[in-house]
Ligand binder design. Sequence first.
Ligand code: AMP
Ligand code: GLY
Length: 460
Amino acid sequence: MTADHRPPTAVNIVLVVSGPRSAVFTQEQRMTEPINILVIGRGGREHALAWKLAQSPRAARVWVAPGNGGTAGSGSIANVSLAEDNVAGLIEFARREAVGLTVVGPEAPLAAGVVDAFQAVGLPCFGPSQAAAQLEASKAFAKAFMVRHGIPTGRYAAFSDYQAALAHVPQVDYPVVIKASGLAAGKGVILPDSPAGAETALRQMMAERVFGAAGDEVVIEERLAGPEASVLAFCDGRTIALMPAAQDHKRVFDGDAGPNTGGMGAYAPAPLVTPALLEELRQAVFQPALAGLRAEGKPYTGILYAGLMLTGAGPRVLEFNCRFGDPETQVILPLLASDLVAIFQACLNGTLDQMQISWNTGAAATVVAAAEGYPGDYPKGREISGVAEAEVLPQVLVFQAGTRRSGEGRLVTDGGRVLAVTGLGETLPLAIERAYAGMTRLHFQGMHYRRDIGAKAVIQ
Ligand code: AMP
Ligand code: GLY
């Protein structure tokens, strides 16, 4: 990372030190003054981020914008009623409250350039720039990037012209996947059963524009087979620190049946990603990605998430995300032994190579409780009970997502994925058992969740 690309180091910490002593304060001492932190987002991922950040001795207040029922005033964590896309409002708040670190949860504000906007006014903000976030925001960019840099991925072609896309399908001798190139809230991937199904998908995306502008360009990709894994890394532009691999459960019903969701549960570490495979991924995926982005003038600071398929011919990248996963975060962060504020600051300062990041032994599993009808339409406002009863269980954490506090201590549903229960244990079966023990304490009308989270890894 060159000096030009290096974001400013934490501000407003230096200001509290005055008089002759300030001259002898080292950079490290200044960085350890507690700072106010702002987390942007409202899901289970952001609850887990706020929970972990608040444990740091470097954290003073932790605000979540706009947050959810779980981040609304618990300990040092509080919500601020600002939407994720209200960049001017978020900057004004960060200035007013002397926020020394902002952490962006979801992809949309990253793709809209929130990190660039914060850094332009000298506010440290953790996440990739708008240019680097193209890796998630444009699947066509990501695929071309992977080909340019030799990163293993399925064969593909990208099209902005509907007729040209239709003409391509019969020309290839492999089954295809149709992907809207732009951000489509995890719904823009269709796995057709036949060439006719592929044509229908193309018509919906490109002619009927069911995903809006996200489908104006499409990627037609070779359909691959194999188990999937999520591998995430902290990045400071140059250095890569891999996290334990996780496995998400994207389908709504047990046995991977039913439509895709945002993720119904996860566990980590995923045993199918062996230490040798993780090392292979570092060399074949993460290092070329970071070097490639740097060489193309988009140095990558933030979380880089590779969605992988482990095929018979080796790992293939299905997608890159430029942020933490949800619900992967709810299993990865409880395993992190190190200080997350220190890690984010090291990423912003380009000093990740000097950090020792340690992880707890054992495993974590998280199960998502979803609203009736999810991932289709669902009602809101249903009363939730049992959160406190679940939270008192040993090694059980509740991360809220689609929840809202509604006066007189009531907690009600406010989204499709309502909350997640994470269990921790020395072994994965123990972690799973604890997550489900917590889940039995929770109730809201129409609540449903998968009963087989992590089962695949336990049978192996
Ligand atoms: P993506 O958003 O690109 O990760 O795709 C969402 C889901 O679609 C993945 O988790 C896979 O289950 C599936 N998928 C994506 N690309 C492919 C592919 N090339 N072959 C088979 N399945 C895929
Ligand atoms: N769990 C999938 C994602 O966060 O994209």
